[in-house]
Design a protein around this ligand. Structure first.
Ligand SMILES: NC(=O)c1ccc[n+]([C@@H]2O[C@H](COP(=O)([O-])OP(=O)(O)OC[C@H]3O[C@@H](n4cnc5c(N)ncnc54)[C@H](OP(=O)(O)O)[C@@H]3O)[C@@H](O)[C@H]2O)c1
Length: 301
């Protein structure tokens, strides 16, 4: 997408994207904003003057309690929200939980946390987003979406063996489809929704990975100790948050709605498949899949 974002790239930080932008009077919710990329996002939005609510399952100080995997908790958060919300950053998440676990409602835990909780939060706050007249929703997805489509046949792993990465991938394709679904439904309400892919960042999200996998990513050395220098393809949290705040708060052309961005640029559209390593796959932006997933999520609320 040529134009307003041309000056930004993989090394741009969230503060650099927000330079000169005054967010005073604008209210944002950042899920999972207590650590990692979410923390960098919340801090940058706050420095730009926004009123940021950090929603986290272990709140400290003035943070707000929100357990994305628990629909009662999401409902309580929504009921406790008053007035407009100018931006929701759907960033909280878990990755590659080794054994299949389920949320209280029976959904597989990664899908429940990364996708369904955010669906409930965002749809629960639809009126509040509309009231902001120009609200933004940013869903934080992952490059893993390029590896395969959402599994509508058995998304809860009830009939085929659980795989930690397949479950994570499902949840992240679902995230991108959530942005597409919002863009399809709520453009008339002045609400814009896009997906941010943060690239690779060393954070708590890798907590479930075994040593071999961490070594494969170059995050630990031969002895299993944290690497002194991370491989070039890693970003800092402040760089990863740049794409998020670009979509949450920077001026964007009107047609940037339901799009997928990485490194502050729109991702290349690719066919996708198990060997694909970059770009956004067609199935992550497919309107029919977005509608099917929306119906599936609505039936769970
Ligand atoms: N790091 C990467 O390389 C990478 C790559 C692609 C995509 N992403 C995505 O980026 C986002 C941020 O991840 P991160 O890397 O910054 O990791 P992180 O530091 O672990 O942040 C994830 C946040 O989500 C919160 N969270 C987890 N389960 C939750 C729940 N049930 N309810 C509410 N909050 C919950 C975590 O809180 P707790 O501290 O309580 O667990 C944590 O604050 C995630 O959506 C992740 O999938 C990251």
């Amino acid at each position: 997408m040529a134009g307003m974002t041309d000056q930004f790239n993989a090394k741009t930080t969230a503060d650099e994207v927000l330079k000169g932008i005054d967010l005073a009077g604008r209210r944002y919710i950042v899920t999972g904003g207590a650590s990692g990329i979410g923390l960098a996002t919340a801090e940058a939005l706050t420095r730009a003057g926004a009123d940021v609510t950090v929603a986290t399952r272990r709140p400290a100080g003035d943070q707000k309690a929100l357990d994305l995997s628990d629909l009662d908790s999401v409902r309580a958060f929504v009921d406790g929200w008053d007035g407009p919300v100018h931006g929701i950053v759907a960033n909280g998440g878990v990755m590659a939980i080794p054994e299949r676990q389920t949320a209280k409602n029976g959904w597989e835990l990664q899908l429940a946390t990364n996708f369904l909780g955010h669906f409930a939060l965002i749809t629960g706050l639809h009126d509040n987003l509309r009231a902001a007249r120009g609200a933004r929703v940013v869903v934080v997805s992952s490059g893993i979406q390029v590896k395969g489509p959402f599994d509508f046949d058995d998304p809860q792993f009830e009939r085929h063996p659980y795989d930690p990465w397949e479950a994570y991938r499902n949840s992240k394709v679902a995230g991108s489809l959530l942005a597409v679904g919002i863009a399809r439904r709520w453009a008339g309400d002045g609400i814009v929704a896009n997906t941010a892919d943060p690239g690779y960042v060393a954070t708590n999200i890798q907590r479930h990975l075994d040593e071999d996998t961490l070594r494969g990513f170059g995050m630990v050395d031969a002895d299993g100790k944290p690497a002194d220098v991370l491989p070039e393809f890693f970003s800092t949290a402040e760089e990863a948050a740049a794409t998020t705040v670009l979509l949450a708060a920077h001026p964007l052309p009107a047609e940037v709605n339901g799009r997928y961005y990485i490194y502050c640029q729109e991702a290349e559209h690719v066919p996708g498949g198990p060997d694909a390593t970059s770009g956004v796959a067609g199935w992550s932006l497919d309107p029919a899949a977005a509608d099917r997933l929306w119906a599936l999520a609505e039936s769970a609320l």
